[in-house]
Design a protein around this ligand. Sequence first.
Ligand code: ADP
Length: 497
Amino acid sequence: MSDKKLKILFVSAEISPFAKTGGLADVAGSLPKALAALGHDVRAVMPRYRQVKGDFEYVTDFAVQLDTWSETCIIRKTEVPYKAGERKKKLTVYFADSYRYFDRDGIYGHFDDADRFAFFCRAVLDMLPKLGFKPDIIHCNDWHTGPVCMLLKEQYAHDEFYSGMSTIYTIHNLEYQGNFSSYAVRLLNLGYDVFTAEKAEFYGMFSFMKTGLVYSDIINTVSEVYAREIQTPQYGERLDGLLKSRSEDLFGILNGINYDEFNPQTDKTIARNFDATNYKNKKENKYALQVEMGLPAGDVPVIGLISRLSGQKGLNLLIDRIDEFLSKDIQFVLLGTGDDYYQDQFRRIANDYPGKIAICLGFNGSLAQKIYAGSDMFLMPSRFEPCGLGQIISLRYGTIPVVRATGGLAETVTDYDSDNVRGNGFSFNNFSADEMLDAINRALKVYNEKPEEWDKLIVRALETDYSWNRSAKKYEELYMHAIRKKTANAIRKKTAK
Ligand code: ADP
């Protein structure tokens, strides 16, 4: 660890527990705390959507310039408790509030998302002098925040206050790109000279994702495997060429989870607490889950799945072969929300197989905990998976993951049949229903025929450490790298003059 105490601003469209649709919120809710615990001055900022409830402290307000008009932004803040070792500390989270753009239901998918996030990006930079906070690092996340990197270089860095700031841009999911009409240029209050293939233009659209990739000092993504994958046409979402051209600045750091918040020993939402020394108590969570979900309680293996219901998650592998899957002696519990197509499919399947499958179509944090704790196996047959937190949370709860070996899933789950000493789950390589069913069969075989081996798997899962300890230190190194790079570039520019 370096001795330098950094000032870091973490910018995200979602931060748990205030607003969450997926893993981005988990990371934004836990990584800043882990970095602050290392001694840095970290603050986070997100929009204040209607669902973000709380009596937050007013900090400041100002006008944000968008095209020909301006909108008022009110900055409020709250202090979120966290633990640094045994010490209790607090992290400042700012909320950018706009009656016009954020006081409505839902987080994304509005007709004016370009306006909303252009406003947010400008507001983030505009608020800094008002707060008297001059970060060394602005850490942006996913498309909603890409233009922060662009605005900084194209506009704000001409002002002395901003000139020393470095940007890191983390890709949590390359599929969601925020591609809008070229009018986004005006919304961001920039000139059309940025609407070129070298800068923000992407197949005729203005791409928020691309602005982050082009303008950030350092790019990273949430696993080393995904960092390699996105430089190929198969996973690159048409941005593989650009990513390859920046490969020297592109890194992969695996996500962690907050081991205090996800803790089977202390989790108040689950029926019975447990850890590696009394893991047999885990079973009681299974019986409680079966009862709650209306399934017959018993020792039959329970397979859980918690997911956004989208094409990424490989659910068609399951739907296409559902008869074969449910003909096994198992129960299946699904919690998810998303595309209507998948919701309809799973509603139909639940009707066809009462007593075998239980579904909950919605977003439900406490039910998620009960499924992580109560299931025997956790299924993630993803088409691609930048990191994946589901498998990490399930390992934390001694639930054995069955996954497709892609992205972060390949990095965190070792197949038991390939390595029965270090194996902590079951995985398959190709995106194929046959291979998925084979992996499930292999897991069931160990569960049914080698219970002592299954117990070892549970203990190994419970003892695996995917807390932020390691990864937060890697981010710290990456920040230092970004700062060094920026300083070297500045010197190079000066001497070239
Ligand atoms: P992604 O970010 O692609 O959605 P991840 O596996 O990285 O996938 O993270 C998903 C996170 O969201 C996990 O914490 C998971 O438990 C949670 N989650 C997903 N769907 C639901 C849901 N319907 N209800 C509660 N939690 C959910």
